[in-house]
Design a protein around this ligand. Structure first.
Ligand code: GLA
Length: 381
């Protein structure tokens, strides 16, 4: 891909890029909607991501191009405008959001530039194609002016671009994992302290992702609604963030908050406990028990947080019946997107296709299957 982006950049802009940077997508392993509640989360950077090539311009003009419209071989150059874009140029919000927030972290930005992004991540599959674009963009904008930036700050730049400019009140999971990813490891984030560490994955663990290609039309609005409900629950309990509440405190709040808000809070508190249990089980080599908790996380999304869909539930129901599957759950924000299955070596292409075909009979469309491997985090190439 590095060669491809250099060649495409030269064909589009008539010169070589000054820098090329890369950032991976991620799998949310466990810790659903725990991040913005100050809880812990575990994710894995994958071996697919986004590359950004950049060169400064003397005339102050800003030009951006990408292969964001999947399947289109034509690259369209958009002017870099500092207002939020919709439609075909909506992807420019991610690099332009980064440009907008970099000065607030003390970094300078190039006045004019030619920018190209290419990706091998499907968008809308719950694999954080947006965080990968934010981090690859930030790394390139920093490198072109020879500025050093610690990885935690890089992650915070991406998150701030998404919160303030794109308008999604996300936590640090996607950007933190994309920044700190390591092959054969999960990234553990203490989202309250903003501490990032890595947890080794057992060698027999394999990731299969089933992308339903369905997405709730109001997905951003529903994410923001869940965020609001969690903040409301924390206020009712009398804590700053839900991660500071105990199960006993939550029990005393029954009756003071609407039933759905209570369910959201219960999901978050129990999910936080599951993440910590998974860390201990990984250390003890109990991958079968880890899988059980992944499936429990999905059931909690299904019944308490209510961010699952019929297609995601059906995939999980089918997957957990297959020998070699330790557990399965929706990965990412939910309301559509993808299911992650944690499997052992006896689960392969044949089993994955059988599950996909079985689900297609009930859902209309066959999910895309991806056998994903862990990969390294954001870097300049
Ligand atoms: C999306 C957000 C993350 C996180 C997950 C749900 O991926 O970007 O910050 O909240 O949803 O866990």
């Amino acid at each position: 891909m590095t060669d491809t982006i250099r060649k495409t950049f030269a064909a589009l802009y008539g010169r070589a890029p000054e820098v090329v940077a890369y950032a991976p997508g991620r799998i949310e392993f466990i810790g659903n909607h725990t991040d913005y509640n100050g809880g812990p989360v575990l994710g894995a950077a994958i071996n697919r991501g986004t590359w950004v090539a950049l060169a400064r311009r003397e005339d102050g003009q800003r030009q951006l191009a990408s292969d964001w419209q999947a399947g289109s071989a034509r690259f369209e150059i958009f002017p870099g405008l500092l207002e939020r874009q919709g439609g075909r140029s909506a992807w420019t919000n991610y690099p332009m959001g980064v440009i907008k927030v970099l000065p607030s972290f003390g970094f300078c930005i190039p006045d004019g530039f030619d920018f190209l992004a290419i990706s091998n991540l499907p968008s809308g599959a719950g694999l954080s194609s947006s965080a990968a674009l934010e981090l690859a963009s930030a790394s390139a904008f920093l490198a072109v002016n020879v500025q050093q930036c610690p990885l935690d700050v890089l992650a915070m730049i991406g998150r701030k671009a998404e919160n303030d400019y794109v308008g999604v009140p996300c936590g640090i999971l996607d950007q933190g994992v994309s920044a700190f990813g390591q092959a054969d490891h999960l990234v553990y984030i203490d989202c309250r302290k903003m501490n990032f560490s890595s947890v080794r994955l057992p060698s027999e663990a394999s990731f299969w992702v089933f992308n339903t290609n369905t997405k709730h039309a109001l997905v951003d609005g529903l994410y923001a609604e869940r965020h609001r409900e969690c903040m409301q629950a924390a206020t009712e309990i009398g804590v700053g963030l839900l991660a500071d509440a105990t199960v006993a405190q939550l029990a005393t709040a029954i009756g003071r908050m609407p039933a759905p808000t209570m369910k959201r809070a219960r999901h978050v508190l129990e999910e936080i406990a599951r993440v910590e249990e998974v860390v201990a089980l990984l250390a003890a080599g109990r991958i079968d028990q880890v899988g059980r908790l992944l499936t429990a996380s999905h059931r909690s999304s299904q019944y308490l947080f209510e961010n699952s869909t019929r297609e995601l539930d059906l995939l999980v129901d089918n997957l957990v019946e297959v020998p070699g599957v330790y557990g399965a759950r929706l990965t990412g924000g939910g309301f559509g997107g993808a299911v992650l299955a944690l499997t052992g070596p006896s689960f392969g292409e044949r089993e994955a296709v059988a599950v996909a075909k079985c689900c297609a009979r009930h859902c209309g469309g066959e999910p895309d299957i991806m056998h994903l491997h862990t990969g390294t985090g954001a870097r300049v190439i």
